[in-house]
Design a protein around this ligand. Structure first.
Ligand code: SAM
Ligand code: SF4
Length: 465
């Protein structure tokens, strides 16, 4: 592939990472020193992260999880951002051995949704109460960037009962810088792309053909995105393809690289775990299985290392584990998801990209979040007020999340309760909103929030600070 070589491109230092993860298990007091530093909520050094990754003792691990829980609560309160994925197509020219959409899977029924079908999908999601979408597709000449920009426009234009999608995040194959300029003009929120595995050798083994087989081109994608003006980017690794400790350290290296070069690290980190996928042998025999215990450790360490970065968890995981992971650092979740294009409006019954662990509807997810004291958030306020990129990070640190995100979360939740929730969810949700608002310590802010909640109750919509 022809692409511009960046002279300050990210290089993953495999030897350095391997040396760090091979070190001895740390002493308890070394771990507690790191946790004390982490509780200052300024992030952790590369070496500190490596040390936490080497923790094996169950007792010490419990301390790591509980420190992450405290950090999560301190920064994010009881808010949980919700979104749904919208797949526009499953045609793909890449041979990623873990994915049902891979080019060699001849059993899969292929589809690329047209604009009418995309509108129908959007209406189905709006009827559920969604306001934030993640749009994705396979990489194919048949769905080029122009098609995808039209698809974004079709989603934003679609209205149902005065409801519309307010933020679209995008997860598509890497683009060139000038193409990112065009994507930005389409008013997307975050551009997300997973490196899958940061281990170059393993990457080669899993990505046999197609544009995605170029490891470094994918590794440089966030640099091109940020050069193209995308403010918020989201990184991730597909856990199960390589040693999880390697992937976590490489993600930290990636985050540090972006911070150093652009003055702003990733807006989100995703933690997908390899799930069974039709037509994929390696998804049935995961090369580097990650146990639930280690998965919790990953989430907790990422929370401590990158305190202001959103951590995204999908419906790949089951309800029980998802709930537990919320308290170790997850701040955004998908709900009511389908991974086959056309599935929301019942137009496609083909198999999805991989199998899901959480099949609940949005209302069921919302109801169980409320039972655990979480305020589901459909908020898009920061992105629409321009609090993005480093502005978001700069403001997040002194308390943006408490002063803006928390109230905005309750406004969007109140809208959801009035317009979409079942009676039972609405009753307990309204109680939770009252309890949450009663805890706001700034009197001016509390009265403003109460006023907005009454205005929403009276029929006003889309209020945010
Ligand atoms: N096709 C684009 C790409 O690969 O970047 C867009 C994203 S793809 C539709 C979404 C993500 O699904 C991939 O990046 C990969 O990490 C994940 N994925 C693929 N197969 C999976 C599986 N069997 N289990 C879990 N996640 C999987
Ligand atoms: Fe295509 Fe993405 Fe699946 Fe790879 S992971 S086969 S690029 S859809």
């Amino acid at each position: 592939m022809n692409y511009r070589v960046l002279n300050d491109e990210l290089k993953i230092d495999t030897d350095k990472i391997n040396t760090l993860i091979a070190g001895a298990e740390p002493e308890e007091n070394q771990v507690y020193d790191v946790l004390n530093r982490a509780m200052k909520l300024k992030g952790l050094s590369f070496k500190d992260v490596a040390l936490l990754l080497r923790v094996e003792s169950e007792e010490v691990l419990k301390k790591v999880l509980s420190a992450a829980g405290e950090a999560k609560k301190e920064i994010y309160g009881n808010r949980m951002v919700i979104f749904a994925p919208l797949y526009t197509g499953n045609r793909c020219s890449n041979e990623c051995l873990y994915c049902a959409f891979r080019s060699g899977n001849k059993m899969l029924k292929r589809v690329i949704l047209n604009m009418q079908q995309i509108e129908a999908e959007t209406v189905s999601l709006l009827k559920e109460g969604h306001k934030r979408l993640l749009m994705l597709c396979g990489e194919s000449r048949e769905n080029p960037l122009d098609y995808f920009l039209d698809a974004i426009d079709a989603v934003y234009r679609t209205k149902w009962n005065n409801h519309s999608i307010r933020r679209i995040n995008v997860e598509i194959a890497p683009l060139e810088t000038d193409e990112f300029v065009r994507l930005k003009k389409a008013k997307i929120g975050t551009y997300i792309c997973f490196q899958e595995t940061y281990n170059r050798e393993l990457y080669g083994r899993y990505h046999l053909s197609g544009p995605k087989s170029d490891y470094q081109y994918r590794l440089n994608v966030m640099d091109r995105a940020m050069e193209g003006g995308i403010d918020d980017v989201g990184i991730g690794a597909l856990f199960g393809l390589g040693d999880y400790r390697f992937e976590v350290l490489a993600m930290i290296e990636h985050a540090n690289h972006l911070e150093k070069k652009f003055g702003c690290g990733p807006h989100t980190v995703s933690v997908p775990r390899l799930e069974p996928a039709d037509g994929s042998e390696i998804s049935a025999n995961v090369p580097y299985p990650v146990s639930d215990r280690d998965f919790k450790k990953i989430v907790a360490i990422l929370r401590l290392a990158l305190p202001y970065t959103g951590i995204i968890l999908s419906t790949r995981e089951n309800e029980e584990l998802r709930t537990e992971l919320f308290s170790y650092g997850i701040s955004q979740i998908s709900a009511g998801s389908r991974t086959n294009p056309g599935a929301y409006s019942g137009e496609n019954d083909s198999t999805g990209q991989f199998s899901l662990g959480d099949h609940r509807s949005l209302d069921e997810v919302v109801s169980s979040l409320v039972d655990k004291g979480y305020v589901p958030s459909f908020c898009t306020g920061c992105y629409r007020k321009g609090r993005v990129g480093h502005d978001f990070m700069d403001m997040a640190k002194p308390g943006l999340i408490k002063d803006f995100c928390q109230p905005n979360a309750t406004f969007t939740f109140k809208e959801y309760l009035n317009d979409f929730a079942s009676k039972e969810t609405a009753e307990k949700g309204n109680r939770l909103i009252a309890e949450t608002n009663a805890q706001i310590s700034k009197p001016g802010l509390r009265s403003k929030v109460d006023e907005y909640i009454s205005r929403i109750q009276d029929g006003e919509r889309d209020l945010y600070l």
